[in-house]
Design a binder for this molecule. Structure first.
Ligand SMILES: NC(=O)c1ccc[n+]([C@@H]2O[C@H](COP(=O)([O-])OP(=O)(O)OC[C@H]3O[C@@H](n4cnc5c(N)ncnc54)[C@H](OP(=O)(O)O)[C@@H]3O)[C@@H](O)[C@H]2O)c1
Length: 338
């Protein structure tokens, strides 16, 4: 298969390009080369998609399939205008941030309401809080379906993506924390649900989708598990048996200004309940039935840990720092023992 990846210089796009090369496909990555390099074996074409004419340089290359990871509406519009008539299949990597309801567990792409599209004057998410991210992805999904037709487009709404080369501080926080040992602050309840997808599994599914001409809209998520399974599974993947987990009530954490999800003072992969009960508890069955395969958590942990050891400067630091964690644990124990 001749495959064009619009992106391919970091995390998911790079993992996809690497896997496609390994499977013997003819791979082109088109990006600026600002975020990183395309993997070896892939052809790299330097384009800046801020230039509306840039994708036209790829129109004569006869690609069987395109995978686009963009968050920018105009980037998608220009790529589709230049390439839609010349390719057989278009995969768009969207996000579960398109959903309007983050509270209800067990939803699927088939039944869940989405946000409205981005307003006409919004082209891209606005940092630092990523405002309009979901709405921009909704707009791009619509463009892909309109331009390619339902019979040639695959929309993959990825959940939290984890694994080697993760540019976020989320999953790597737990790998680092459980590797350090000692008493670990575990947020919420052991039974709370968490959900993610391994970057290599997602890459494999995108390649499968392109090859099999899979069409439609799916969530790209692995099966949800309990937070206790996650934390003990991360520890087990690192060779640590019986981690010392202390579960701390979510209201106590919030009162201590411990933050949710990611960033400074955050406990990653934790979001308050019941408001966010649907975020990491979507129904993975449609994706599994459509060819997503899920590797054991221990493989994901080992791949992440190996990368973190090999490329420490690439690993984003974040989350609750050890001194702050110790303070919160001490205060929690004082409250609990009262
Ligand atoms: N990480 C998660 O947990 C998560 C969760 C849900 C969904 N997602 C989605 O999953 C996808 C992840 O994609 P990814 O990991 O491959 O990385 P990404 O961060 O989306 O990378 C963007 C890609 O686009 C390229 N790019 C950016 N600006 C460009 C421009 N002006 N011209 C040409 N190329 C440009 C970048 O390369 P250069 O900078 O080199 O040009 C890079 O390869 C995204 O769509 C994201 O929204 C992620």
């Amino acid at each position: 298969m001749r495959i064009l990846i619009l992106g391919g210089t970091r995390f998911l796009g790079r993992a996809l390009a690497r896997l496609a090369v390994a499977q013997g496909h003819d791979v082109t990555c088109a990006a600026r080369g600002v975020s990183g390099d395309a993997p070896s074996g892939a052809r790299f074409v330097s384009i800046d998609r801020d230039d509306p004419a840039a994708p036209a340089s790829l129109a004569g290359d006869g690609f069987d399939a395109v995978v686009d990871v963009t968050r920018q509406v105009s980037h998608a519009r220009h790529a589709l205008a230049a390439l839609a008539d010349h390719v057989g299949h278009w995969s768009f990597v969207s996000t579960i941030s398109v959903y309007a309801d983050n509270t209800t567990p067990g939803q699927t792409a088939a039944d869940a309401p989405v946000l409205p599209p981005a307003p006409p004057d919004v082209d891209a998410p606005v940092d630092p809080d990523n405002r309009w991210y979901g709405e921009c992805k909704v707009s791009i999904e619509r463009l892909v379906r309109e331009r390619m037709g339902e019979d040639r487009s695959f929309i993959c709404r990825a959940g939290l993506i984890v694994g080697a080369e993760d540019p976020s501080d989320r999953f790597p926080y737990w790998v680092r924390r459980l590797a350090r040992g000692g008493e670990v602050l575990a947020p919420g309840r052991p039974t709370d649900r968490v959900q993610f997808v391994d970057v290599a599994d997602l890459a494999g599914w995108l390649l499968h989708a392109a090859g099999a001409r899979l069409v439609g809209t799916y969530d790209g998520v692995g099966p949800a598990m309990s937070r206790e399974e996650l934390l003990t599974g991360v520890a087990a993947g690192l060779g640590v048996a019986d981690p010392h987990l202390t579960w701390v009530d979510q209201d106590f954490l919030l009162a201590c200004d411990v933050r949710e999800w990611s960033g400074e003072r955050a406990l990653p992969l934790w979001a308050r309940l019941p408001e966010w009960a649907g975020l990491m508890d979507r129904d993975a069955r449609p994706a599994l039935d459509a060819g997503l395969t899920v590797r054991p958590l221990s493989d994901t942990v080992r791949a992440t840990a190996t990368w973190m050891t090999a490329r420490p400067d690439d690993v984003r630091q974040g989350g609750l720092d050890p001194a702050d964690e110790a303070v919160v644990l001490r205060e929690w124990q004082a409250v609990r023992d009262r």
